[in-house]
Ligand binder design. Structure first.
Ligand code: ZN
Ligand code: ZN
Length: 174
């Protein structure tokens, strides 16, 4: 396909959509799941490589309830307010006898359809908490000490799901 063919297809062909939104969205999700810190490292330490203890805040699965959201680690029960559907239907009756039906997200379970029997005290039933994390990271030897260095540590970022965590990126300043 040449350029003029492309133009006749209009503004929004698949490639452009992917370019505008697909990658942008992925970048947004990645950025959201990654943790970023700045770390001061001495000139010689950066030049020769070193290991550093870093502290940062990170979203992790709640350990108190093993990620169930329930203080007794029991599976959640069906929401009594919406019978598990996550939505409620409200019927309004007007003074002349007309009725109006609206469906909205259940306000009791916030549309999830289930609730923790005994919400976990630590995470309040949200399953994920923000913790102060301590990690030992290794800074590789970087002879070019005058350029900015950013190192990525896969899996040390925020919780995404049981198999995946975001990354930790460390911007080194000397
Ligand atoms: Zn509900
Ligand atoms: Zn918890």
């Amino acid at each position: 396909m040449n350029d003029s063919d492309r133009k006749t297809q209009g503004m929004f062909d698949d490639d452009m959509f992917r370019g505008f939104f697909g990658d942008g969205l992925n970048h947004f999700i990645e950025a959201h799941n990654n943790c970023h810190i700045h770390l001061k490292v001495a000139y010689d330490e950066l030049k020769n490589g070193c290991s550093k203890v870093v502290f940062y805040s990170r979203k992790k699965l709640c350990q108190s309830c093993a990620g169930t959201g329930d203080a007794n680690k029991e599976p959640p029960s069906q929401c009594p307010a919406c019978s598990g559907s996550g939505t409620n239907t409200k019927t309004k009756t007007g003074f002349l006898g007309w009725t109006k039906t609206t469906t909205e997200a259940c306000s009791y379970c916030f549309g999830v359809g289930s609730i923790a029997k005994t919400p976990c005290f630590t995470c309040k039933g949200y399953r994920i908490i923000e913790v102060s994390e301590r990690q030992v990271i290794s800074i590789p030897a970087s002879p070019m000490t005058h350029v900015a260095h950013t190192f990525t540590y896969p899996g040390l970022g925020n919780y995404i799901n049981d198999d995946t965590n975001g990354d930790l990126t460390v911007k080194v300043v000397t």
